[in-house]
Design a protein around this ligand. Sequence first.
Ligand code: ADP
Length: 375
Amino acid sequence: MEKQILNQFINNIPQFVWWKDRNSVFLGCNDNFAHTAGLKNKEQVIGKTDYDLWNRESADFFRKIDAEVMASGQPQLNFEEPLTLKSGETRWLSTSKLPLYNDTQEIIGTLGWYNDITVYKQMQIQIDDHNKTLVEYSFQLEQANRELELANIDLEKFTYAASHDLQQPIRTMKNFAKLLKQRESKKLDDTSKEFLDFIFNSANRMESLVKDVLTYARTGSKELIAESVDINKIVANKLTDLKQITESKAAIIQVNLPDVKIKCYSHLIGLVFYNLINNGIKFNTSSPPIIECNYTEKSDSWIFTIADNGIGVAPAYATKIFEPFKRFVDESFEGSGIGLSICKRVANLHNGDIWMEKNPTGGTIFKFSISKKLK
Ligand code: ADP
């Protein structure tokens, strides 16, 4: 009865089972095993050796393991091995081999079984291939990033040098236009004087344009060190710088900012508040212009808002205004179109962003975020 159960078990499990004598001649197996060898049943396997069933290389390997197991008396469990059939097809196996004992505990051969793990192995090979491709892609990406960084540094250096060197000839132009108008005042008629004023004013505008480009090129070009600062103090300083425009337009500026210290690149954050408040007053025909600075605290960031009651921005330009030199106002509003691109750069350097929303009460709300996790 016991033998019958054992036979049933061996013949019905999904594994491939066999046993051999000390010369590695097959003594028995289950039908699964016989079928893999291309034989009908276990009777056809008995008396054969691995050389009769598989290709030479596989048979040599099986013999070697048999010898090791018999010599050591130690089982070898779950090792992976390829099996090449006589047809040339290769299967992958997870094999276990044990010494086979007789009643007097002498080793009389080996007993083994395997699972066919070909599908799993092929998947693993595919995953390995994909991984290799992925590593290659990420290497290429890194390389491209490095090249881009270098190109950016070059571009920044170029912009810096060009705008820096442009300042001197502009100053000379301004000075000589002024000098000419003063020295030759009597000789010049009104039209000529007006032309000289055009030259002077254009040079003036060019000077501030070049200055702004210089600021843009400088933003983030130096190594930045974040420090914990009182934003109220920074903004108060900037409001002093904005005194002239504030007074000339009788603007009202309301400030409600956090009274805890905030880690940021303080000089750059000052520049953002300066630009946004300045724009809020500049692009404003209400009387009085009202600018409100507020904030919201999130778990991982601060969001600052600068709301105005100004001329507003058409929704079509909502993202374009943050690109350098993009302006959507007529010449009566002075400016170079650089301010908001500086703000965007600064927000990005703080792992944040900047965007605008329509102010429900008229005008625009600018919002920018900065991460709380700056190094
Ligand atoms: P600039 O102020 O020198 O024109 P900016 O980069 O600061 O340059 O702004 C780009 C453009 O965005 C402005 O020319 C204007 O069209 C628009 N803009 C910026 N801020 C405001 C604002 N508060 N209200 C209305 N339009 C604005």
